[in-house]
Design a protein around this ligand. Structure first.
Ligand SMILES: Nc1ncnc2c1ncn2[C@@H]1O[C@H](COP(=O)(O)OP(=O)(O)OP(=O)(O)O)[C@@H](O)[C@H]1O
Length: 248
């Protein structure tokens, strides 16, 4: 059974059709990059996958269950984790607290805060930070860390949340190339180690090809191609981006 099953998803904003009868499946463990020209519908699709945007028509099964059936936040948090461009850390809190916020969905806010003092939770945070190379920063104030270190804290938080599917909308768009590679390499390594599933939109086709085994290209809210990375040719990419420009 696919982990993600989208069938004939359509999303319309006023007169703009952002997603048009979109269908695809994603199996557990797949690493999928979403590419396509600006306005193709990548963010709308990721928001739909996250359960933030409700489609007008079509069905979306997450682990065999319609997304709208996940009523409790903690149920959804076990299935879906979202990485945002700003990484959403609370700068004034110690690193350990930001990492354990990954448990929020499961424990509730107050329990999460109180639980900070339990040794097993400290261990959980320490293990996650160790895996991203930041064990020595457990009690540092998050704002004192470098930008790259803060992104690693966000990855440690995701390790603690441990969702089945990770969604990311252009997570490295604002980073310099060295840092973007650092985040992508670490994230894709962790995802593989955990047997998780990753769906990420990227402007950079180069990164998509380097780190992802499957690429779904969107254009005008439709799937333009959906191929294993090894089968994608220069012609596919030229057509994907050029047709849009010629139509203008
Ligand atoms: N809330 C909204 N209200 C109206 N139109 C919207 C809304 N969100 C998206 N759209 C429109 O839907 C289309 C798809 O937008 P979307 O942001 O999903 O594209 P994208 O592929 O992520 O683009 P980019 O690469 O520029 O981020 C665009 O034409 C956009 O203007």
């Amino acid at each position: 059974m696919p982990l993600i099953e989208l069938n004939n998803i359509t999303k319309q904003f006023e007169r703009k059709i952002a997603l048009s009868s979109l269908s695809f499946h994603v199996k557990k463990g797949e690493m999928v990059a979403l590419i396509g020209p600006s306005g193709a519908g990548k963010s709308t699709l990721l928001n739909t996958l996250a359960g933030i945007t409700a489609p007008n028509t079509g069905t979306y099964l997450l682990d065999g269950v319609p997304i709208q059936h996940y009523k409790k936040r903690k149920e959804l948090a076990k299935k879906i984790g979202v990485i945002r461009q700003q990484f959403d850390l609370i700068a004034s809190l110690p690193v350990i607290q930001n990492v354990l916020a990954g448990r929020l969905g499961e424990w509730g806010f107050f329990k999460s805060m109180l639980s900070l003092f339990l040794p097993q939770d400290k261990q959980l945070a320490a293990n996650a930070l160790n895996r991203v190379g930041l064990l020595d920063k457990l009690y540092d104030q998050t704002s004192k860390l470098s930008g790259g270190e803060q992104q690693r804290v966000a990855l440690a938080r995701l390790l603690v949340q441990s969702p089945a599917v990770i969604l990311a909308d252009e997570p490295v768009a604002s980073l310099d190339p060295a840092r973007a590679e650092d985040v992508l390499a670490m994230l894709t390594k962790l995802v593989k180690e955990e047997g998780q599933t990753l769906v990420m939109s990227l402007h950079s086709v180069e990164y998509a090809k380097k780190y992802f085994s499957r690429i779904i290209a969107l254009r005008d809210g439709e799937v333009f191609f959906d191929l294993p990375t090894s089968e994608i040719t220069k012609e596919h990419l030229a057509e994907l981006y050029l047709l849009k420009e010629m139509a203008l």
